[in-house]
Structures are given as structure tokens and as C-alpha cells.
Design a protein around this ligand. Sequence first.
Ligand code: URP
Ligand code: ZN
Ligand code: ZN
Ligand code: ZN
Length: 467
Amino acid sequence: MTRTTLIKGGLVITAAEEMPADVLIEDGRIAAIAAQNSALAASFSADRTLDATGRYVVPGGVDAHTHMDFPFGGTFSSDDFETGTRAAAWGGTTTIVDFAVQTKGHALREGLDQWHAKADGRCAVDYAFHMILSDVNEGTLKEMDALVEEGVTSFKMFMAYPGVFYSDDGQILRAMQRTAANGGLTMMHAENGIAIDVLVEQALAAGRTDPRHHGEVRKALLEAEATHRAIQLARVAGSPLYVVHVSASEAVEQLAAARGMDLPVFGETCPQYLYLSTDNLAEPDFGGAKYVCSTPLRPREHQAALWRALRTDDLQVVSTDHCPFCFTGQKELGRGDFSKIPNGMPGVEHRMDLLHQAVVEGNLTRRRWIDLACASPARMFGLYPKKGTLAPGADADIVIYDPHAQQTLSAETHHMNVDYSAYEGKRVTGRVETVLSRGEPVVERGDYTGRAGHGSYVPRGICQLLG
Ligand code: URP
Ligand code: ZN
Ligand code: ZN
Ligand code: ZN
């Protein structure tokens, strides 16, 4: 096995700086980084050298929101940990943080054990877990402390999906009080699910059953209302808050106002909200089902607010919320009733490229690209600087990225286990060329060289963006 690797000739980009530099890797970690042509760089020697001339050398991506093998609406997301992390690797993501699920009436520990059993020995890249709370009771609250201690430091609750994952305001407040005390981070799916269910019922009764009505009933104002409520509950509890999959400009306004008051409130959005819209939900012949996710895609007018918030740091992270369901046999469960379409979209493979496309189009700087995709999620979820940056001592999770290559995204060529692409035919500039995970090549000049079981479980620390 290669012990030392040298990446030579590339432009090293982190969230903090850019410089032409060579990177020396020893035993899976970055040993040194030196400016090209410096005496230090000249002293580097290694068993193997990768030429990165004309390429970017960037940290492996950290996707802080995935759902592999996730139960929803009577089916399971179509990527398991093996196929999903392989697709992640292809796309330059070397760490995922997936959601273990507590089922109602059961302990957090049981859910966590199940997710370890799903993932362990199958992953191509490193992985960690958040915990979904579906049943906040005395037992759950006690268990949260133990999970934080062992590296599951964030807890997602749902203001949506009554009867499934839903927590009421009292449960949310109690869990937030617990995270205020134990250092955990509350993650919130902020949509008013009680009100949405009324609108769903009314839409279906009126014969409005097509996928586009999914977007219409899950109103932006009901995302904003829930976001506002979550912020106030977090204030009362004295806890930090991270709002997942933000899509509505009105919700962004709530986050920006809270941050303007110096509250520890954070948010993420996802590429689908930046590039897709309700136009996709209206695609004919039930095609809109491919784009059914929650929060839903919004009218295009919302996108400018999301891009702006990514630039101003009112949103800190771009994750994928990768939760694929095949069109055939899965999305089709909701023909004639949009509320039965399993919620979620594929995307784990394309996040680095779609954010690089934002650099190409002038929406983000190169450093902000790396911040949003690598450094900031690593800091948010207690993985930094092991993950999310290039620095001596960090894991050698490294992407050699060709910023000039052209590619067309398509289900014909992607590696996710799903029978459609949400970005079918989209042309992007830039492409992952080589990916190292802890120094091991998992993608090499466009060939997959990884293996199931290379990826390790990573216990996390607490959020590093507080105080
Ligand atoms: O539609 C979505 N987002 N599916 C995954 C579950 C969730 O709410 O994140
Ligand atoms: Zn049980
Ligand atoms: Zn959610
Ligand atoms: Zn999700």
C-alpha cells in the first residue's frame, strides 16, 4: 500500500485561502503543504506523485444531510449506504452525515444501532450520524445526553408530518432545553405540518391530485411561520438552532433577522432549491413527482434570496438532503394522490459540481464554494479540522478538481441508484477528477477505485460555530 503521496502543481483552495501549493500525505493524513517552488516543497518526496497542474486541490466535500436506506411513505430510499456513498465519492464528497431514525415507542439507542448495522462495512467514504427524534419523552431526553457524549451531537425534529415524525411545540421545547444543557445542536424541519395537512385534505377533496399541488399546499408562509416559531422556542430554551433544507425567501428573512440579533441560529439550503423550481413540479405525465420533496421546490423568485443568504452567511451550509426514490415503482405510489408520493430527491453526487457551477456563473467565490460544501458543515457538526479543510494533521480527504471540464448531468451516467436525474441534460463546467479518502484513492482520473468498507464511522464533537 502507498504510504506517502504527493499532490503537485495544483491550486490549493480552502475556505480561508488559495495558493499554488504541493500537498504531502503520510499515513492517510496531510503531513505538510508548501508553496510551489519553495524550499520546503522541493524537499518533499513520496512513493507516488499525482500531477494536479491546471487543477484545483480542494478538501473532500462534507454532505451533512443524507438519507440512505431511509423509510418513508411505505418504501425505502433507493440508495443504501453502499451505493449512496459510492455515488458521493464519485462526486467528491468524502464524508456524509446521515440520519439515524428513532421510531415511535422505541429508544434512540435502537434506532442508532439499526443505522450502524445498515452502514457499517458498506461505506466507500467516511460517515457520521445525526439522530431523528420521533418520540420526545423522558427516556428520549435522557438518552440524548449519552448520544452527545459518544459523538451523535445533533438531533433533528419535525414540525411537519403529523403522525409520523412530528413533534409538538412542547416536545420541541423540552428537547431544545436538553440540547441547551448537553451541548447538542437542534436541527429543525420547519414547516407547519398541521396546517399543511388541512390544505392537503382540501386539495385532494377538490380533485387537485397532481404533483404540482404538493408545492402549492406546502406554502412558503407555513415554512416561514415554522421557522419563526422554531427560533422563538430555541430562544426560550437558550439553545442553538439549525434549520434544514430552507427553501422560501420568507424563511430566509426569519433566519437573517435572528442572526441580526446575534442569536445562534443557522441554516442550510440544497442545490435543488437553488436550481430547480415549481416549473419542474408542473412537468406533465406525472413527471413532477420526480421533484417532490419537503420543503418543496419554490417559484424561481425565491432563488435570489437563497444565493444572497449564502453569500452573506445568513445560510451557512449547502447539503443535498439526498433521499432518492425511483420514479418507477416508488414515486408512482402517488399517482392520483400527490400526498402519497415519497418525499425526497437524489443529489449526493452533484453537490460539489453544482456549487462549482455557481462559481462559474458568478454566484459564489471559489473560497465560499469550499466553505459551504466542506469547511462550514464540518464546523457546524463538530468534524473540523479533521474534515473540511486542507491542513497538516487533517485527514487526507482531497479532491483534484478540473475546473474546465464540461459535463452533462444525466441518469445515463450518474452513479446513484435511482432511475432518473433531477438535472437531466444540465451542462456544468467542472468535474471531479481524483478523490482521496484518508489518502486512499477512491476515484482516480475518472475511474472508481474505492471499495465498500473503506469508509469509517466518525464520532463527532459539538458544533464549533458557537460563541
Ligand atoms: O423530502 C425530503 N426532504 N425527504 C427527506 C426527509 C426530510 O424531511 O428531510
Ligand atoms: Zn423498542
Ligand atoms: Zn426534513
Ligand atoms: Zn432530509
